[in-house]
Design a binder for this molecule. Structure first.
Ligand code: ATP
Ligand code: MG
Length: 395
């Protein structure tokens, strides 16, 4: 029955040039989501609204599910299109619509007509009254309520006539691409994919970096990160995933620094390298999955010491979340099952039995001096291993 969708978005703060960027980004993301749906669609934009029109057979549920991944959409209204074949035919179409969409007629309604084409013989007020009358004749149980109707039946007179009344909630947020780009430090865990999702929801495009430590971390561990990036890219659009070989740096730190400081020093080098790649790829911030107190390397002291190496802002959207809250989101976005696969990650292999929980920046810096001889060379060598994998969500 439905052959189109009216896409609604929250317009707050979207004015002037921003509005154009916002709509442009939204259209692009809508097209990206529709690419994985069966059928052909045409996406058009008129001020304040976006229409998705099916040009072929399509799967309603699949299409709605995919539109629900597009940040910036506040509501998805399924629309019925009918040809303009006179008022009587329109009345019949409205009756049929009500009958199919609302089998239970013990409801109140209001017709809200809009005459976008001014040569239509009836004006909006007349249409409201006349169509209301037709519906009451067809279904005597219906009642009109002009203030708080259960069903607001929209009838728009354009080239064709559009009928819609239902709004399926969208994910909210801002369309990806409307708010710059950031570099996500993506590990194989539960947290970082959720962190990327949350920042993308604010309209930020995401690139990612993964620190791989072969042979201590296996190809399966790397594939797991690629799979996670793929699931996140369902929401974010294509992700450029940088895979950096971190083994030599890790071994060098292991060799030269106290083992209880290994994790924190390693994290500082990860941030440094991530920031370098970020700056080379027009990313304006870093994103991590850190949350206060979750593990030894995420005490406030540790976070401060890690942060000290960065000049870019570091976004930590999970900072105040409990693990359960993070797990809830990861289940919702479909990354949980992959995240809990048991493959080793590079932090777990070299981790000390009792890592420092309250690192002192001066002491850490002093111990990092042990690395002076070779670390710059190793960082450059690691950057040279950068393997870029373009990750896309396709059906
Ligand atoms: P996650 O669930 O995201 O793995 P975690 O609870 O295991 O997080 P840590 O291991 O302390 O926490 O890592 C903190 C953050 O550092 C991660 O959320 C991620 O952003 C980043 N990170 C850790 N290891 C890597 C890695 N191998 N490659 C890229 N980023 C990493
Ligand atoms: Mg981890």
């Amino acid at each position: 029955m439905f052959s189109a969708f009216l896409i609604k978005y929250a317009e707050i703060g979207v004015k002037g040039k921003n509005r154009y960027l916002f709509e442009e980004a939204l259209v692009k993301q809508v097209k990206y989501a529709l690419k994985r749906c069966e059928g052909e669609f045409c996406v058009t934009r008129t001020p304040g609204r976006i229409y998705v029109e099916a040009l072929s057979e399509f799967d309603f549920d699949e299409t709605v599910d995919n539109l629900k991944t597009v940040f910036g959409i506040s509501g998805i209204c399924p629309v019925v299109h009918v040809e303009d074949e006179g008022f009587e035919k329109l009345g019949e179409s409205i009756v049929k619509y009500m009958d199919e969409v609302y089998p239970d007629k013990n409801i109140t309604f209001k017709v809200q007509a809009r005459r976008a084409r001014k040569n239509y013989p009836l004006n909006s007020m007349e249409l409201n009254v006349e169509l209301g009358g037709v519906l009451l004749d067809a279904f005597p149980e219906l009642k009109v309520d002009v203030h708080q109707p259960d069903v607001l039946l929209n009838v728009e007179i354009r080239e064709k006539i559009y009928i819609y009344s239902e709004t399926i909630p969208g994910p909210g947020g801002m369309p990806v691409g409307s708010n710059g780009k950031a570099m996500l430090l993506l590990s194989g865990g539960i947290d970082s994919p959720v962190a990327g999702y949350m920042v993308a929801k604010r309209g930020v495009k995401i690139d990612a970096v993964y620190f791989h430590a072969p042979p201590y971390t296996s190809d399966r561990a790397k594939q797991k990160v690629v799979d996670l990036a793929k699931q996140v890219s369902r929401y974010t659009g294509p992700i450029y995933l940088h895979v950096i070989n971190f083994t030599d740096i890790q071994l060098y730190i292991y060799d030269k620094c106290p083992h209880d400081e290994l994790t924190i020093i390693m994290r500082r080098y990860m941030m440094k390298i991530a920031e370098k790649i970020a700056k080379d790829t027009e990313c304006l911030a870093l994103i991590t999955g850190e949350s206060i107190g979750q593990v030894a390397s995420q005490t406030v002291q540790s976070l401060a010491v890690t942060n000290e190496v960065c000049t870019l802002p570091v976004f930590r959207p999970l900072i105040g979340f409990d693990k359960m809250e993070i797990v809830d989101v990861s289940e919702k976005i479909g990354t949980y099952e992959t995240s809990i696969l048991p493959y080793e990650d590079c932090c777990t292999i070299f981790v000390a039995k009792h890592p420092v929980t309250k690192p002192n920046l001066n002491i850490i810096k002093r111990h990092e001096q042990n690395l002076e001889e070779k670390i710059d060379e190793l960082v450059q060598a690691a950057l040279d291993t950068d393997e870029v994998i373009v990750v896309n969500y396709e059906r």
